[in-house]
Ligand binder design. Structure first.
Ligand code: NDP
Length: 281
């Protein structure tokens, strides 16, 4: 008899609408893993106590989301390579008694990208320069993309991200100020919406792109998980592009987090099915 489950979970605020718990627990159950994932509401001033609690209770690790991705770093014992470059952690992993911060946001994105196209040697246009864009930009560059154009509304964040990518990764990067419909340059292989445009409930919001510049050789990826079939996904598909929805990134970061914690490879299809049940396919 063993009534002691292995513990993992998530620290965020607010957290009631975070679907990760449903997705991860679906995988644990499907694979017969005696593991639990607890969704915890943690206020910024309580983050240190929450991490100490996780250590005291021997948690195998935890995800952290808004607003803890940067603040958690001072409570951890070290950082993985991409988390160090990105400057943010969304997944802490217990290794040899130490809590190490990883960033699975961008790794999950690259994994879902690889289902359609290998980013190595590719030219990428990415809209956005927030937390998701930083993670996606760094991991896509580390996966071998040669050039990344960061297109962002606010110049400060966009310039900072383009400089980070140029200085800290092997890719070249440039910033373009987003002002009106952006014409995607010929020769672009991958187009990424890493902004929050299109997220529920603003489902009709339009990502300002000159859709006539999209060509069928391009892969268009959206980070928005809810709804999965965003306006951008639907309109890019109508242009003949290969499309990737935001569920792919969410599922794959879950797969990577579970691998870090349990050392088990879980079936992404089970996790995607659970999210489709929640958000619609
Ligand atoms: P941030 O708030 O850090 O960044 C938001 C970005 O969107 C900024 O670049 C901002 O530009 C841009 N933006 C927002 N509204 C507009 C607009 N109307 N016009 C132009 N640009 C706009 O958010 P995150 O990076 O953390 O998250 C972005 C999205 O990614 C969220 O919707 C989130 O749901 C999704 N996400 C999905 C994940 C997945 O697994 N599928 C994982 C993580 C995030 P500016 O700098 O000018 O403000």
């Amino acid at each position: 008899m063993n009534f002691l489950s292995q513990l993992t979970g998530s620290f965020a605020q607010p957290c009631a609408e975070n679907p990760t718990v449903a997705m991860v627990e679906a995988a644990y159950q499907h694979h017969g893993l005696d593991w639990r994932y607890i969704n915890c509401e943690v206020a910024p001033e309580d983050l240190g106590d929450a991490v100490r609690g996780a250590r005291a209770m021997n948690w195998a690790g935890f995800n952290c989301s808004i607003p803890h991705k940067v603040a958690v770093i001072e409570h951890l014992d070290g950082l993985g390579e991409s988390a160090r470059i990105i400057g943010a952690v969304n997944c802490a992993v217990r290794r040899d008694g130490k809590l190490i911060g990883e960033n699975t946001d961008g790794k999950g994105f690259v994994e879902s990208l690889r289902e359609q196209v290998d980013p190595a040697g590719k030219s990428v246009v990415m809209f956005g320069a927030g937390g998701a864009a930083r993670a996606i930009g760094v991991e896509t560059a580390l996966a071998g993309a040669t050039h990344i154009t960061v297109v962002n509304r606010s110049p400060e964040r966009g310039e900072e991200l383009a400089a980070l990518l140029s200085e800290k990764t092997p890719a070249t990067a440039e910033f373009v100020h987003w002002d009106g419909d952006y014409a995607v340059p010929t020769g672009t292989d991958i187009v990424v919406n890493a902004t929050s445009i299109g997220l529920f409930p603003d489902v009709d919001a339009r990502v300002p792109i000159d859709m006539e510049t999209l060509t069928p050789q391009m892969v268009v990826a959206d980070v928005i998980p809810n709804p999965p079939r965003t306006r951008l996904v639907r309109e890019s598909e109508a242009c003949g592009c290969t499309v990737i929805d935001g569920l792919g990134m969410l599922v794959n970061q879950g797969v990577i987090g579970i691998k870090y914690w349990t050392d088990q490879d879980v079936d992404p299809a089970v996790m995607r099915a659970k999210l489709e049940e929640i958000f619609g396919g």
